[in-house]
Design a protein around this ligand. Structure first.
Ligand SMILES: [Zn+2]
Length: 163
């Protein structure tokens, strides 16, 4: 009896889609489970791999396109995200660096608890209830002083009683 679909067996050469060569090529059957080919060895690169049936060119092209476009999209989002983070992160980092320098060798205990009635001068250490330990960097006018805190540099009211 003529069998027009002879069973594949180990060592047979069949058409495969090689993951390494990325081409439809001849591969020899390396492992089978029941009647199914599970592993093949590419006759071109010699890599033994999971069997994948040959892909038609149109299908392959679409997959490649999808991967390229998908990759680009992802990269663009990543770049946008990182530049946004940079913008936000840069300024506070700079402030913190300046604050560290300004408060070097000082302890927060040296600062005076912030009192809006007091008048502060540049270099005065202030403990603010919201912003913490800060150094007055610039007297803006008689009722406001710029204070550099760990996270922010903001004008702080002073000399309130003199208004
Ligand atoms: Zn190959």
């Amino acid at each position: 009896m003529y069998d027009d679909n002879p069973k594949t067996k180990i060592g047979d050469v069949i058409e495969i889609s090689c993951a390494t060569c990325r081409l439809n090529l001849d591969g020899s059957v390396a492992a089978m489970v029941d009647d199914e080919v599970v592993q093949v060895t590419c006759r071109t690169c010699g890599n033994t791999q999971k069997y994948a049936p040959p892909m038609d060119d149109e299908d392959r092209r679409k997959r490649v396109m999808k991967r390229v476009v998908g990759g680009r999209e992802k990269k663009r989002v990543m770049q946008e995200k990182s530049s946004k983070e940079m913008k936000v992160a840069y300024s506070p980092n700079e402030i913190t660096a300046r604050w560290r320098q300004a408060t070097q060798g000082m302890r927060s205990a040296e600062g005076a608890i912030y009192n809006p009635k007091h008048t502060y001068q540049e270099g005065d250490a202030i403990i603010h209830p919201q912003h913490g330990f800060g150094i007055a960097t610039q007297v803006i006018h008689e009722n406001a002083v710029m204070v550099l805190f760990r996270e922010v540099e903001v004008p702080v009211e002073m000399g309130a009683a003199r208004k």
